[in-house]
Design a protein around this ligand. Structure first.
Ligand code: NDP
Ligand code: 2IT
Length: 448
């Protein structure tokens, strides 16, 4: 049995009840075969892959808070500090009822390679809670965030572990968490990213993941002789990543005709009105049916009632920007039958392994999330730099750096894929390019 298969079997046995984590590990280790085989004896002796798949530290804690009726509620908080070989742990905090340790571990594992791909000094981590922010008042959100931070603060720090946003955690939640950290530590430091501009946040961090996704997609298309201008795009999600992906796609001359939330989706044949979408999602925190009600060119579809989703609409480019495993094999078949040219993942692991392979077999350009959505964490690292020097850069300066980082990521993964004989396979390219630096650092730092 090869070393990769040996480790995969061990990881499966040890984490049998965490399917999302196993899915992420399987994809990465499978792609690393050519690199591992070239160094098999040394890596095996050093148990490099076993160490890579075992978090350095996992923290699980009680988060009690009081709701507006005076009732005590209890949630579970998590922080997985996965790998610090190349920098302090870095990664978002997800607030969603589906959160359990397997979700946080899959996200933390992906983050190791994503952060390495950015070329910046950040290790991999992720956190979250099964708290559901939907329908909660501002004060309930604040009390939850304060309680969450009352435990988390002892485990994080500007040079140790720097959390940020993810599903359910945006500017409001980061503000409350930062306030509580500062109060408990009596220290004003860059311990979280995605902060408000008045207290150390970076310009362009809000836009960064969506903008970065489009910069990388444009580079991938350009490398393959395709112009993004004039293309029709389907986006899923209607949160932070989706909104700014739609905005940048339109700035680059493409037409985005869909978006979605967890209950329904919009088809707008005239192209999504971003200002309206932002008003509904960022200001009113309402559902997407409000978009269709305000826009005659848009149709609203109820997901459950119709059993349909955005991937049923014909497009040239598909950008899944909602959540894991939202694009399965049936969706992939529909997209390919409708002539899709490229798929780039704005969310983390939105495409199932089967659907990814189907795209690749059918000649669809496929950019994996750990490369395509790395613009968010890259700009978080730029926020950390600004906090360290106690200066803030202009929007244009941050945006230019982001664009350059995304172009470099694509070039690096394209080169890595070619070097190992997998030209055009950007999944293999991203995993290898992300792994190489982490592996080198882990070996150099000894058995820790
Ligand atoms: P938001 O909370 O801002 O938005 C999430 C969107 O996805 C919402 O429209 C939400 O709908 C929908 N969604 C969430 N969970 C589900 C679900 N289980 N089923 C169907 N739809 C769902 O999160 P972000 O935009 O920040 O994150 C989206 C994805 O991008 C995630 O995978 C995240 O990990 C990834 N990502 C985020 C980065 C960032 O900087 N924010 C950086 C890199 C990746 P509803 O409102 O109805 O819940
Ligand atoms: O998945 C991700 O990369 C994020 N949610 C952003 C993490 C960060 O630290 O900015």
């Amino acid at each position: 049995m090869s070393y990769v298969d040996e480790v995969l079997a061990k990881v499966k046995e040890k984490n049998a009840s965490e399917p999302e984590f196993l899915q992420a590990v399987e994809e990465v280790l499978d792609s690393l075969r050519p690199v591992i085989e070239a160094n098999e004896e040394e890596y095996k002796k050093q148990a490099l892959l076993e160490r890579l798949c075992e978090p350095e530290r996992q923290i699980k804690f009680r988060v009690p808070w009081v709701d507006d009726n005076g009732q005590v509620q209890v949630n579970t908080g998590y922080r997985v500090q996965f790998n610090s070989a190349i920098g302090p742990y870095k990664g978002g905090i997800r607030l969603h009822p589906s959160v359990y340790i397997g979700i946080i571990k899959f996200l933390g594992f992906e983050q190791i390679f994503k952060n390495s791909l950015t070329g910046l000094a950040i290790g991999g981590g992720k956190g979250g809670s099964d708290f559901d922010p939907k329908g909660k008042s501002d004060m309930e959100i604040m009390r939850f965030c304060q309680s969450f931070m009352t435990e988390l603060f002892r485990h994080i720090g500007a040079d140790t572990d720097v959390p940020a946003g993810d599903i359910g955690t945006g500017g409001r939640e980061i503000g409350y968490m930062f306030g509580q950290y500062k109060r408990l530590r009596n220290s004003f430091e860059g311990v979280l990213t995605g902060k408000g501009l008045a207290f150390g946040g970076s310009l362009a961090r809000t836009e960064a993941t969506g903008y970065g996704l489009l910069y990388l997609t444009r580079e991938m298309l350009k490398t393959n002789g395709i112009d993004i201008a004039g293309k029709t795009i389907c986006v899923s999600g209607a949160g932070n990543v989706a909104i700014y992906a739609i905005q940048k796609a339109q700035q680059l001359g493409a037409k985005v005709v869909t978006c979605s939330d967890s209950t329904g989706w919009i088809y707008d044949k005239e192209g999504i009105d971003v200002a309206l979408l932002k008003e509904i999602k960022e200001v009113k925190r309402a559902r997407l049916d409000a978009y269709a009600a305000a826009r005659p060119s848009a149709e609203y579809h109820d997901k459950k009632a119709e059993g349909s989703n955005v991937w049923d609409i014909k497009c040239d480019i598909a950008l899944p920007c909602a959540t894991q495993n939202e694009l399965g094999i049936d969706d992939a078949k529909t997209l390919v039958a409708n002539g899709v040219t490229a798929v780039a993942e704005g969310a983390n692991m939105p495409t199932t392994l089967e659907a990814t392979e189907y795209f690749q077999k059918n000649g669809v350009l496929f950019a994996p999330g750990k490369a395509a959505n790395a613009g968010g964490v890259a700009t978080s690292a730029l926020e950390m730099s600004q906090n360290s020097e106690r200066l803030s850069w202009s929007f244009e300066e941050v945006d230019q750096k982001l664009e350059q980082i995304m172009v470099n990521i694509f070039r690096n993964l394209d080169a890595a894929a070619k070097k190992y004989g997998f030209e055009g396979n950007y999944v293999v390219g991203a995993n290898i390019a992300g792994f190489e630096k982490v592996a080198e650092a882990m070996l150099a730092e000894g058995i820790v």
